[in-house]
Ligand binder design. Structure first.
Ligand SMILES: [Zn+2]
Length: 88
């Protein structure tokens, strides 16, 4: 599935507000739910996540402190990491 829907466009528009923690909880949940089912948007978030990690590594302060946490939660990386740790 690689077609971009109207929802994807909306998500993209809201993503920076989402990462800044400016969205209402209901909207955040909406975005997170969409991301779970949409590869396009997950790739987009994954790219953002990597970008933020890079910024962090370079000591940039303009990245909101919550952004990485939110992205990680969205991508379920913590769960994945735990799985990897458990299987090794
Ligand atoms: Zn999408």
């Amino acid at each position: 599935m690689d077609h971009i829907t109207e929802t994807c466009r909306e998500i993209k528009d809201k993503l920076s507000a989402y990462l800044d923690g400016e969205l209402e909880t209901a909207l955040c949940a909406e975005i997170e739910q969409h991301l779970r089912g949409c590869d396009n948007c997950r790739v987009m978030v994954d790219t953002l996540n990597k970008t933020i990690t890079l910024y962090r590594n370079y000591g940039q302060d303009e990245v909101p402190p919550d952004a990485h946490t939110r992205l990680t939660r969205v991508l379920n990386l913590e769960r994945l990491k735990m799985k990897i740790q458990q299987s090794t």
